[in-house]
Design a protein around this ligand. Structure first.
Ligand SMILES: NC(=O)C1=CN([C@@H]2O[C@H](COP(=O)(O)OP(=O)(O)OC[C@H]3O[C@@H](n4cnc5c(N)ncnc54)[C@H](O)[C@@H]3O)[C@@H](O)[C@H]2O)C=CC1
Ligand SMILES: O=C(CO)COP(=O)(O)O
Length: 314
């Protein structure tokens, strides 16, 4: 594998020079690929960097995805260019995932989702990690797998891009709840219950999008849920932890390094839940907490005092 990567270097353009874009650029670069890290604040124009791109990876936060995808569309590209999306979020107005946005703009190009338990700070410290690259186009997923795989970054392919993408997206909301749980010192039993019931909410929403249930039990679902719900490196976890200490959302976001996508994702999930009549009680309490409609303790009581019921609807 190592030899083929060096013999066949790819031209990779990474859009978004934030924490995740920078970490992914380093991973591709150490594998010998020609990498260009583009940021809207940088000196290079998008047109110049895209001209010979074989792979375009977007690590832009959700709020910028549609506008950047539309901008990229205005420049000439090779018909073979593969798009990779590493954003974990949902578009507020349309409830689309980032891969759905890229696919709409580029219907004839392969779209690959890259998502997994990947706290960028650990990856930058060269600690080992694994991820998933998912696409309907198997050859494209295998190409991206080869570009990023190394002895410290193990990459699996998967045929369910929306499932992989939604695991990484919805777990951000559960990570906010996990931060609250730890901030209130509710204990290990409570955390295990929260994360497990959170996974049930991820599957329910995923099924609406046509995702496979089993995808949520893999690295990009359960794996990312465990990483994010147990690490103070997670910005989403930090939001919850600080809400539990009594800070307001505005205060927390003003001081937070980088993007906590779970805040907006939570709003979009509430829209979906209301439209589709899907119960997502943890997400609902996170929403009410973010909107300052309840305190962390009131949100906890609401969850504990829901009607008693079977664990599964058989
Ligand atoms: N940091 C991490 O550990 C991981 C982050 N992600 C996801 O990757 C995405 C980016 O996260 P981070 O790099 O951590 O965030 P960040 O806040 O460090 O960087 C976001 C990047 O998006 C760019 N951006 C935002 N709006 C834009 C617009 N309208 N036009 C052009 N560029 C725009 C910013 O300039 C910046 O380069 C998020 O969706 C996040 O959930 C996924 C896995 C790991
Ligand atoms: O998605 C992540 C880890 O896989 C990063 O989590 P945060 O966005 O909460 O920092």
């Amino acid at each position: 594998m190592t030899n083929s990567k060096i013999e066949n270097p790819k031209s990779v353009v990474i859009l978004g020079a934030g924490a995740w874009g920078t970490a992914l650029a380093n991973l591709a670069q150490i594998n010998g690929h020609q990498v260009c890290l583009w940021s809207r604040q940088g000196s290079q124009t998008l047109e110049t960097v895209l001209s010979d791109a074989e792979i375009i990876l977007s690590a832009i936060s959700m709020k910028g995805v549609s506008s950047v995808a539309a901008l990229v569309k205005s420049f000439p590209l090779s018909p073979e260019t593969i798009f990779v999306t590493a954003t974990k979020g949902l578009e507020q107005q349309t409830t689309r995932t980032p891969s759905q946005i890229w696919q709409t703009e580029f219907p004839h190009h392969p779209i690959v989702v890259l998502s997994g338990p990947n706290l960028s700070q650990e990856i930058e410290q060269e600690l080992p990690a694994a991820t998933v690259v998912a696409s309907k186009n198997t050859a494209a997923a295998q190409m991206v797998q080869l570009v990023f795989s190394s002895n410290r970054f193990r990459v699996y392919t998967n045929p369910d891009p929306v499932g992989v993408e939604l695991g990484g997206t919805i777990k951000n909301v559960i990570a906010i709840a996990a931060g609250v749980c730890d901030g209130l010192h509710l204990g290990t039993n409570a955390k295990a219950a929260l994360v497990t019931r959170g996974l049930t909410e991820m599957v329910r929403i995923g099924n609406i999008f046509g995702a496979k249930t089993e995808t949520f039990y893999g690295l990009s679902g359960l794996g990312d849920l465990l990483a994010t719900c147990n690490s103070p490196l997670s910005r989403n976890y930090q939001v919850g932890y600080q809400l539990a200490s009594g800070k307001t959302l505005t205060e927390i976001l003003a001081a937070l390094p980088g993007t906590a996508e779970g805040v907006n994702t939570c709003r979009v999930l509430m829209q979906i839940s209301q439209q589709q009549n899907i119960p997502i009680p943890i997400t609902e309490q996170v929403y009410r907490l973010l909107e300052a409609e309840v305190t962390p303790r009131e949100a906890l009581d609401e969850l504990m005092l829901r009607d008693i019921k079977p664990e599964y609807n058989l």
